[in-house]
Write a new protein. Sequence first.
Lengths: 314, 336
Amino acid sequence: MDTSRSYLEPSSFSKKMAAAIIIVYAVITLIPISWMVMTSFKNVDSAISYPPEVLFEPSLEGYVNLFTNRSRQSQEYLDSLPPPENWYEELVRSREMVITGPSKFLGRYSNSMIIGFGSTFASVFLGALAAYAFSRFRVPLKDDLLFFILSTRMFPPIAVAVPIFIMYRKLGLGDTHLGMIILYTVVNLSLAVWLLKGFMDEIPKEYEEAAMIDGYSRLQAFFKVVLPQAMTGIAATAIFCMIFSWNEYAFAVLLTQFNAQTAPPFIPTIIGEGGLDWPAIGAGTTLFLLPVMIFTIILRKHLLRGITFGAVRK
Amino acid sequence: MAKVELKKLFKTYNKKIKALEDINLTIEDGQFFVLLGPSGAGKTTTLRCIAGLEKIDSGDVLFNDENITHDQPASRDVSFVFQQYSLYPHYTVYENLAFPLRSPMRKLPDEEIKNKVEKIAEMLKITNKLKNKATELSGGEMQRVAIGRALVREPNIYLMDEPLSSLDAKLRETLRVELKNIQLNLNATILYVTHDQAEATTLADKIGVLKEGKIVQIGTPEEIYENPNSIYVSQRLGSPKINILPGSLFKLDNNIPKIGLRPENIELGDGPYEGKIISIENLGSETVVAINFQDNEILASIQGSYKSSINEKINFDINTNKVLKFDNGDQRIHER
């Protein structure tokens, strides 16, 4: 019998089992995503072919279609044009079409960026201030207030869609970036306050006290000492807020049409000839996935707990 | 450095728990003042009230005769060494030490900060750790940095809350000596909180003994040791602890309810009293012998080692001049 390992360490069999389960889980969750990425590199025909093609000739048609508006032209007209200037024009002409201009995708995408990051920043910033106050000060009716804040998440946000729709129309906030940032911030704020309060509670108050004695005001101590140590919590909260506001669909459909429309309601409306343009939709969703993925990877190292803990003896 | 005075300080927590009651004390400029008392006596609360971290119910805090009772902690210009290390973990050792000097209250030029930090690092022997993250230090190093962060500037008063209690015995001794030297060199005003009597006696110019939020005696270490005004105070200093015995035990004076007898004032081997040895504890330079005398346990300490065995009979004598007499309320009876 192998006696060299500690009793606390899992056996090699359970380690292998754990690895196997994780791999199976990863494969299951990654199939739809990889299928989506594959679709984005197919052409229109192979995207809908049956049986589905796993091996195919990659094409950038989906991405070209995503970023351009095109119109079908007769062969005679195409022949009369000067030779195509670049690869994507050539690609479009091989489908007997010409590019008539850029599509709305880039605009919708940057709307998503502005609203997503804007509301994430606002939620985390306001959430951190509120969480700090709840964590450190004797707030009258503290528990009731915290419960009230949490209660705003006890119904699905869309349940209040109609009042918000009417309110936004009266206030002129409909279809504006500011309106969407405010809306997503309101929805995310309760989560941010509760998550961050937990993290703030864990930061010993000795740090701020030390900073205040060292000649800083409470607000300065908050920014210099508390916030850097709450980075773990801030990163986690920011990711949750970002994912919500980035993916939000229902309010975006309801409240935005032109000016502030985000990518989620836009992508499914990419309609090709005689059916949905699946490669373009695949391309749109693939690109849509990237910011959240990159954002999470950047903040990942802050999610590893324990890097800032240990300098205060408990 | 400043003279610090507390006048009629009262403090309660949550409007119920009395933390401090009528604290009056004066710490002279350049004095090393030690507050001694068991946990819960109000030592830390006193420090926090001086620092401005706690609002006091009533009373005044004066720095150099100036009333600063309602000033913010930052503007009081005091420095504080916490019982916990409380280094800023996201900073390096250098940044930790420079932190108070970079505050909006001071904003010293970088060159001056560098000089001061390097000087203090040298004094505390942490120069080679300046670039380390605060989390990459051993416990002793962390506490030295915490002390350094307090010493890097010259505030009105240094407040130290059991700064050495978390360290191992050897380091504690080294730092204790260093701290005293630093205080003498800087002529610093220090208010130091401890429940360790060795720290109190070696460091203090003056000791204040706290009991349940009240100051029960203030005096030099010698006065507190030789001349305590109550049983409580007499038990604060001295190791092994003072023997508190019925007053009638040695037939000194039948009107005295209780007497206090320090272990070193008992002579073993000869004398009118006969007891039985309960235990012998050899501590190297001294030996503590516990004696059963008429059903009272008496500790005696003698120089060097002691050759005898448990349950043996032993004769002893006491130094009657050194006997402390107490009344029924445990207060000292002073001879006229």
